[in-house]
Structure formats: C-alpha cells, structure tokens
Ligand binder design. Structure first.
Ligand code: NAP
Length: 303
C-alpha cells in the first residue's frame, strides 16, 4: 500500500456535521420557544448505574440544554421494578412540557425492553423504536426514525447528493441500526442488500456496493479488498480494542480503516464519524416532536 493510495478516500467528518446540525436545532428551538411560549423538552430515563449509559445520559442532557431545550433526567435504581419504570414513562407521556422521551438501553435483565418501549407515546418516541414508528418508517409515513441510521443517511446525502439507483449493502440487521438503515436507503431508491451473519460470501456481496454501511460490532472486519473502488463507506461500529502491553485501549470501527480508505471514495473515521451524529439526530428528532405535538408547522426536511 503506497502513501498516495492510503490518502485516496475523502474523510466524512461526522463531528463537524453533527455540530452544524446542533446549531440548526438551536435556531429551531429558539423559534419554537418564541411561537409556543415554552421551551421544547426532552426527557431521558436511566435505570441503574451502567457507566457507559451514565456518560451518554450526561452528554445528552448537556447538549439538550446547549440547544436551548429543557432536559429532564429521571434516574431509577438498578433494582427498580418494571412497574415503577412504566409509571415514570406514563407520567412523561402525560406531561405537556415533555416532547420527547428516551429510555436509555440496555435495561436491567429483569425488565422487558419491548414492554417499556411499547409504553412510550409514539409521538414522543424520539428514538423511533416503538412498533408504530417502525411501521411508519416501513410504510413511508411521517414518524420518528432511529437516530444512528438517520445520521448515517444524512452523512450519505451530504456527500453524494441523490442516492437514487445506487447499490447499497448494509451489514447487520439489528432493529436499531441495520433494519432501519435498509428501509431508509430503500426509500432513497437505492437497491439494498441487507447482509448478516448467515450471508454467503460477504466480501463478494460488499464488492458490488456503491454504498457500504457496516453495523456489525466486529472490530475491523470489513477489509479494503472487499470494497469497490470509489465506494462510500459508513462505519457504524464502535469497538474497544485493548492495546498491546503498555499501550492504551483504542476505539476501532467494523471497517479496517487503513485498507478501506485506500480504496473507498469516501469513508467515516472511528471515532469522529457516525458516533457524534447519534445525539445530534436525537436533538433534531426532539425539536421535530415539539413542533408536531404543539401543532406548529415545521419543515422537518430543514434539519
Ligand atoms: P447487534 O444488535 O449486535 O447486531 C449485529 C449485526 O451484525 C447482526 O445482525 C449480526 O447478524 C451481524 N453480524 C454479526 N457477525 C457478523 C458477521 N461475521 N458477518 C456479517 N454480519 C454479522 O449490533 P448493533 O446494535 O446493530 O450495533 C452494531 C455496531 O454499531 C456495534 O459496534 C455498536 O457498538 C455500533 N453502534 C454505534 C452507534 C453509534 O455510533 N452511535 C449506535 C448503535 C450501534 P445476525 O442477525 O445474523 O446475528
């Protein structure tokens, strides 16, 4: 691999895009406040002490406030009952100051995530996990789309403009990333292949794609040799890899950046690619929810 080859791909800067999106959300939030006579509000519910979840919830709260919205945090102990959590969700559903509700996942093992998600008012379900919103996405109705895949789509459209007619491969079929990503790309008139652990000859499938979205959870699995020259590669993976002795642990994606960036036309780095988009899109969904719930006209496509 030569130095020139390594520099081939344009780097898709998700951090900068996310910052720009948050700035637009802040403008929309100020406009909402002027029209509605109140701030938009996003509630986050955290059960237990999971350190990673605590970090996410803290940064969500900070960014919500920085965008000019109210942030409501509800913390329950790890041994809270599912009934207690459902009562919190019901209270938030009924609270007119709350436009969006997010229950931080994963929940403790004694709680049923589907039951809890189903209890959220679909019109406040800014994570887009409620079956009503899943159905709306599948049928092309306005609803809420999960934040990470919507963020990936925003990066793709920003880079490529129209996606119509392009071949896209999504690797991973989870409900929160892979499946909604495939739906979004289908709606953009891509020809979509949804690959997973049973896919035969994955490298060959990936090699056909103009767009590759990797959401697998396996460090650096997708190699440069799999990538069609000039393809756009979106790496959703966030994998912590222990360094060699004396070296710090580092974050890597599901794509081997060194080899893939030598072949791709454009690629998201890890960190600094898809990761920062998730919270920015959550805030975007929250301000969209606020306008819808208050009956104030808003062009969702402006964000
Ligand atoms: P997940 O629920 O574990 O799903 C992983 C998917 O990858 C499954 O559909 C699985 O196939 C497929 N898979 C596993 N091994 C494979 C293989 N060898 N070849 C092909 N497909 C394979 O994961 P997820 O929640 O979608 O997350 C995926 C990655 O994205 C993780 O690294 C996660 O940390 C990251 N992530 C990042 C963000 C963010 O940036 N904000 C948000 C969410 C997730 P089967 O269905 O056949 O088992």
């Amino acid at each position: 691999m030569t130095d020139t080859a390594t520099a081939a791909a344009a780097i898709i800067d998700g951090k900068a895009f996310a910052q720009g999106l948050r700035e637009k959300v802040a403008v929309a939030a100020a406009d909402f406040e002027a029209k509605a006579g109140r701030k938009a509000g996003l509630a986050v519910v955290l059960v237990g002490e999971d350190p990673a979840s605590q970090v996410y919830v803290r940064s969500k709260g900070k960014m919500t406030v920085a965008c000019g919205m109210n942030s409501f945090e509800h913390k329950l102990p790890a041994d809270a009952s599912e009934a207690e959590l459902l009562a919190v969700v019901q209270a938030l559903n009924a609270d007119p100051a709350v436009d969006g509700i997010l229950v931080q996942l994963p929940l403790p093992a004694h709680m049923n995530e589907q039951t809890v998600i189903a209890a959220i008012d679909p019109d406040k379900d800014v994570d887009g996990f409620h079956v009503i919103n899943v159905g709306r996405l599948a049928t092309g109705l306005p609803g809420f789309v999960p934040c990470t895949p919507l963020g990936c789509l925003m990066l793709l459209k920003d880079k490529l403009g129209s996606l119509s007619g392009l071949d896209a491969v999504v690797i991973g079929r989870s409900n929160i990333v892979g499946k909604p990503m495939a739906q979004l790309l289908t709606a953009e008139s891509c020809t979509v292949t949804l690959a997973h652990s049973r896919t035969r000859d994955l490298p060959d499938v990936v090699r056909r794609a103009d767009i590759v979205v990797a959401a697998v959870g396996r460090p650096e699995m997708v190699r440069g040799e799999w990538i069609k020259p000039g393809a756009t590669v979106i790496d959703v993976g966030i994998n912590r890899v222990e360094g060699a002795e004396g070296e710090k642990a580092r974050l890597v994606g599901d794509v081997d950046f060194a080899s893939a960036s030598a072949v791709a036309g454009a690629i998201t780095p890890v960190p600094g690619g898809v990761g920062p988009m998730t919270i920015a899109v959550l805030l975007r969904n929250a301000i969209v929810a606020a306008h819808r719930n208050a009956g104030i006209a808003f062009d969702d496509a402006s964000l």
